[in-house]
Design a protein around this ligand. Structure first.
Ligand code: MRU
Length: 350
């Protein structure tokens, strides 16, 4: 996708360096940061410099490349196994992180020398990133068929191109439809506590000149019940074998209201987000993040500095689960690169 007319991916490899769009300051500042080592890449995933399931999958794969390139030819196998653990321990919910790290690890294990392992790891990580872009583009094509000219869409969190290597998942159909000449309108949930909707989705849609309005998280029921919204598109961090979907906290309540209001609720995700080892959503680990994200908010001051301000009483504590699970029965369909499937049909994709 383009930023100020120039095409970008969210993350890429340049030799031993991982480069990424630094997301915490968007929409106020657009900056590319460079990560020198797999430890720095792990830190960037944990601190959400890069976030969104497919994007952190790519970060994990590129981190593994950094690890093998930094290893000694004599003990690289144990070095990369340790690095994989460090990278996997950054965020627990998004399946793509584990999937992509394991893909690179398998290539390294199958290599006969350190030199071969380095070559194979670079090729695998770059190929995964390219395949991720193609998968998201296909998701866009399949999902766009669900959109009529003039439809309004509700989306939650950021499942756009910033959450992926390019294109996005839930927003890809909207970008495809716009390129095909359809005029749609997007209701963007602000997505407390980190505000991925306000900060990232609204910024992306603005860059693509797609009409949208940010709504308070609490307002979705009002708009869904008022015939304002024809369809809901969200992404996923992990999909269990039975079709239960873990996605950003608040997704479940949107699905419930959509079901009550008879508005179709679609989940868009590449196949790499499906975890067939998880039988149901209750087995998906849910990340608990810092209380500070709920107790404070942050943004740009009038002086142009990024500041955090406390909004809660000084002595209050907070709870901050980052994701929730939407039961399969509330999901109208899962849009993948292979087509749109009912949750009960997922076993066909195994
Ligand atoms: O905590 P985040 O910002 O990494 O959470 C992101 C989401 O929940 C997205 O909706 C999900 O990863 C799908 S992204 C294509």
């Amino acid at each position: 996708m383009k930023v100020n007319g120039q095409p970008y991916r969210t993350i890429w490899l340049e030799g031993k360096l991982v480069k990424l769009i630094y997301q915490p300051q968007i929409p106020h500042k657009f900056e590319i940061r460079t990560l020198q080592s797999y430890q720095e890449t792990a830190h960037a995933i944990q601190e959400m410099w890069v976030r969104g399931a497919p994007a952190i999958g790519a970060a994990g794969a590129f981190g593994m490349v950094q690890a093998v390139l930094a290893a000694s030819p004599h003990n690289y196998q144990s070095f990369v196994a340790d690095a994989a653990e460090v990278l996997k321990n950054t965020r627990p919910t998004a399946q793509n992180l584990f999937f992509e790290i394991d893909q690179v690890l398998a290539c390294i294990k199958a290599s006969n020398s350190w030199e071969e392992a380095c070559q194979n790891a670079v090729a695998q990580a770059n190929q995964s990133a390219d395949e991720s872009v193609k998968a998201c583009e296909k998701i866009g094509e399949f999902g766009a068929e669900l959109l009529k000219d003039g439809d309004s869409i509700l989306t939650h969190c950021n499942a756009g191109w910033l959450a992926c290597v390019d294109w996005g998942t839930a927003l890809a159909p909207i970008y495809r439809a716009a390129r095909d000449g359809k005029k749609n309108f997007v209701y963007v949930d602000e997505t407390r506590p980190r505000g991925q909707g306000t900060r990232l989705t609204a910024w992306e849609l603005g860059q693509e000149e797609i009409d949208h309005a940010i709504i308070a998280d609490n307002a979705a029921g009002y708009f869904l019940s008022g015939n304002n919204i024809q369809i809901v598109f969200v992404g996923a961090d992990r999909i269990a074998a039975n079709g239960d979907v873990a996605n950003k906290i608040g997704t479940f309540s949107k699905a419930l209201v959509a079901s009550e209001c008879k508005v179709p609720f679609y989940v868009a995700a590449p196949l790499s987000t499906i975890d067939f080892n998880c039988n149901s959503g209750s087995e998906i680990p849910i990340e608990e993040r810092s209380q500070e994200e709920v107790l404070n908010t942050w943004g740009l001051s009038e002086q142009g500095e990024f500041i955090s301000v406390r909004t809660a009483p000084a002595k209050s504590a907070a709870k901050n689960p980052a994701f929730d699970v939407t039961p399969a029965k509330f999901v109208s369909g899962i849009i993948t690169e292979k087509g749109i499937f009912h949750p009960s049909e997922l076993h066909q994709l195994k």
